[in-house]
Design a protein around this ligand. Structure first.
Ligand code: CO
Length: 260
């Protein structure tokens, strides 16, 4: 794993207690966000050991760097038990296709609930915090996420059908993102700090929420997928140039018919 400049900047702060959260698998698979905060460490599964090590070493930035650098790179879970869905990689055309609004009928017949449940299985298996339906080859307006990335914290699971952003802040911030469909790469993305969102639940109930911070970041990343937008589209010129060799390799691997 590569430590980004931004992480470095945050880590460069001294005299604070650090909180480490397993970064969006879908947003930042296998990476870490290090923040000054009073919240406890939020890390899932294999990262727990590293988290406890970080506690001991948090007085020294150098040690934190070494520990972060020792984290495993992303793991593609491949076939996941309980579902045939798999995470599609760039440049699979599903990532750029149009995504249909979900109908009341699809909610009533349980097909969307089934897909959402299986998407969560795939997401957890990939050590992700969010996933959008086009990433598993289903071109419908459905996203799932769990900001903890921890399947045991299922109360944090969010399933959104036909989400819309109805308002967003002019104020922006920058975070380092990655995506399950783009293995082994990341980059800094600027987005509005907060968004007001409307969606419907699996039961067809209207959801109205304002997201800020981490959840706003996850939501906006997943929401982009529903418009065929992926985070590499939002990188700076330098950020894009940095990942371009990996994108080229993915495209070559995919062969004919990719959608860049
Ligand atoms: Co993504």
């Amino acid at each position: 794993m590569r430590i980004t400049d931004m992480s470095a900047a945050i880590l460069g702060l001294t005299g604070f207690k650090y909180t480490v959260s397993a970064f969006t698998p879908s947003i930042n698979r296998g990476a870490l966000s290090v923040r000054q905060a009073s919240k406890p460490f939020v890390l899932n599964n294999s990262k727990k050991l590293v988290a406890s090590s970080l506690r001991y070493h948090s007085s020294s930035n150098k040690d934190i760097f070494e520990l972060l650098a020792s984290l495993d790179d992303e793991v593609d879970p491949g076939k996941v038990e309980g579902t045939d869905l798999t995470v599609l990689k760039y440049p699979n055309p599903s990532l750029r296709a149009e995504n249909a609004e979900i109908t009341q009928e699809e909610l009533d017949d349980g097909s969307i609930a089934k897909i959402a449940k299986e998407m969560l299985l795939v997401m957890y298996a990939a050590d992700g915090v969010g996933l959008a339906a086009p990433q598993v080859g289903i071109n419908k307006r459905l996203i799932v996420y769990n900001e903890s990335g921890d399947s045991k914290k299922w109360l944090n699971e969010i399933i959104m059908v036909n989400p819309k952003i109805v308002e967003f802040s002019n104020a922006k911030d920058v975070e380092n993102e990655g995506c399950l469909s783009f293995p082994d790469m990341r980059g800094n993305v600027e987005r509005p700090k907060w968004v007001k969102v409307e969606a419907i639940s699996l039961k067809g109930r209207k959801i109205k929420k304002k997201f800020k911070g981490w959840e706003s970041r996850i939501f906006q990343h997943e929401y982009d997928h529903l418009d065929g937008v992926v985070y590499i589209d939002r990188l700076s010129e330098e950020g894009r140039a940095e990942v371009q060799p990996k994108l080229d390799a993915l495209a070559e691997n995919f062969g004919e018919g990719g959608a860049l």
